[in-house]
Design a protein around this ligand. Structure first.
Ligand SMILES: NC(=O)C1=CN([C@@H]2O[C@H](COP(=O)(O)OP(=O)(O)OC[C@H]3O[C@@H](n4cnc5c(N)ncnc54)[C@H](OP(=O)(O)O)[C@@H]3O)[C@@H](O)[C@H]2O)C=CC1
Ligand SMILES: O=C(CO)COP(=O)(O)O
Length: 346
């Protein structure tokens, strides 16, 4: 059955997901906050800045009016960067009258509050307007999704019926959607992999090789699982698409903005100039701050996150940060894993 879906956020990911929904025959309203960009999308049927060269079919129309986007919709997809999530949710609540399912696709943790995106949504959108919140996450670069290349993601919610409805909404032969009830694990995996991807870009930028990359991915997963488990996640989720899967794709792909930003840092560029030149969101920077604060609060060991925090926010030289990580005191590899499986011990 054809659904009407509002996709809020006209960047790379919102546009690529609009395309998946349009391929499935749904009617999509893509909301962007800049009139000029919206007009260009409607005129050219392309999102020139964020997905150049990709044709958008007629069942995708763009608007800059939030109220228009939300008229008679069946689902809302929230695809703005995490720093804009609170504000956008606050605004949209004013225009909604009936409850709906909110799907969020953003990967980050809020500094200072340490809230996951679904928790921010629950704070900002009254319960009377929320049928359920579902997170859609996994190894999925917009550039490849828009070319209809095989991609797998997970729809996670505490409301499994809603997760299955979102699975049905998005699934097709190029875009395979699984379900999971572990919202904490899915959101933590998706957010924290950006920290490790920045670090992987840095080691590549420094000229280190595949050994360093493999070390970052595996030890990165260990610290993601350590923090996630202490927050109540199912440790097995970190071995799945939204954990190991997304970590691999983000640490190894030139499509990753986090990897690209890290790569420039490793080559000696300063954070401000890197972010300026990206022109797209680099979620890992903000999330490094949040994870650093949260791990200190919960007394969870996250050496890679600590090292990246030093590089990003205290001007630590990336090479010195790597040297310090490598010369730390000795430790046993499986201590982490056994502790996590034994119940989230720190
Ligand atoms: N790109 C990808 O492959 C994937 C991205 N994600 C996640 O999706 C989320 C969105 O990322 P992505 O689309 O890639 O980011 P982009 O940088 O490509 O686009 C961000 C979009 O959000 C808009 N925006 C920024 N601030 C606001 C605001 N206050 N109100 C409304 N719109 C705003 C930007 O507008 P403007 O042009 O004016 O700046 C732009 O259209 C992130 O959390 C990311 O981690 C998840 C999976 C894959
Ligand atoms: O989350 C992503 C792929 O799954 C996109 O990663 P980047 O934000 O680093 O581009």
């Amino acid at each position: 059955m054809v659904k009407k879906v509002a996709v809020l956020g006209a960047g790379s990911w919102g546009t690529a997901l609009a395309l998946v929904l349009a391929d499935n025959g749904h009617k999509v309203i893509l909301w962007g906050h800049k009139q000029e960009q919206v007009d260009a999308i409607n005129k050219t049927h392309q999102n020139e800045k964020y997905l150049p060269g990709v044709h958008l079919p007629v069942n995708i129309t763009a608007t800059a009016e939030l109220q228009t986007a939300l008229e008679e919709i069946d689902f809302v997809v929230l695809a703005v960067p995490t720093k804009a999530m609170r504000d956008v949710c606050g605004q949209l609540s004013k225009f909604m009258t009936t409850p709906t399912i909110f799907v969020h696709v953003s990967k980050g943790i809020e500094p200072d509050t340490h809230l996951r995106v679904s928790e921010v949504i629950e704070e900002e959108i009254p319960q009377s307007l929320r049928k359920a919140v579902v997170v859609l996450s996994g190894p999925s670069h917009a550039e490849e999704v828009s070319l209809r290349q095989p991609t797998t993601v997970t729809a996670a919610s505490t409301n499994m019926e809603a997760a299955e409805r979102v699975q049905d909404l998005f699934i097709n032969n190029n875009f395979r959607v699984y379900t999971n009830s572990d919202v904490v694990g899915v959101e933590i995996g998706g957010s924290l992999k950006n920290i490790i991807a920045l670090a992987a870009g840095i080691t590549d930028g420094l000229g280190y090789g595949d050994n360093a990359k493999a070390a970052l991915i595996t030890r990165g997963l260990a610290e993601i699982a350590r923090l996630g488990s202490s927050l109540g996640a199912n440790p097995l989720t970190f071995l799945g698409l939204t954990g190991m899967g997304d970590l691999i794709v983000t640490c190894t792909s030139v499509h990753s903005r986090n990897w690209r930003a890290g790569n420039m840092l490793g080559k000696g560029k300063r954070l401000e100039e890197v972010l300026e030149s990206m022109g797209m969101v680099v979620e890992g920077v903000r999330t490094t701050k949040a994870a650093y604060q949260l791990s200190n609060k919960l007394n969870v060991k996250m050496p890679l996150t600590d090292a990246l925090y030093g590089v990003l926010f205290h001007d630590v030289d990336p090479k010195v940060a790597v040297d310090e990580l490598m010369s730390r005191g000795k430790t046993a590899e499986l201590d982490d894993l056994s502790q996590i499986l034994a119940g989230g011990e720190k």
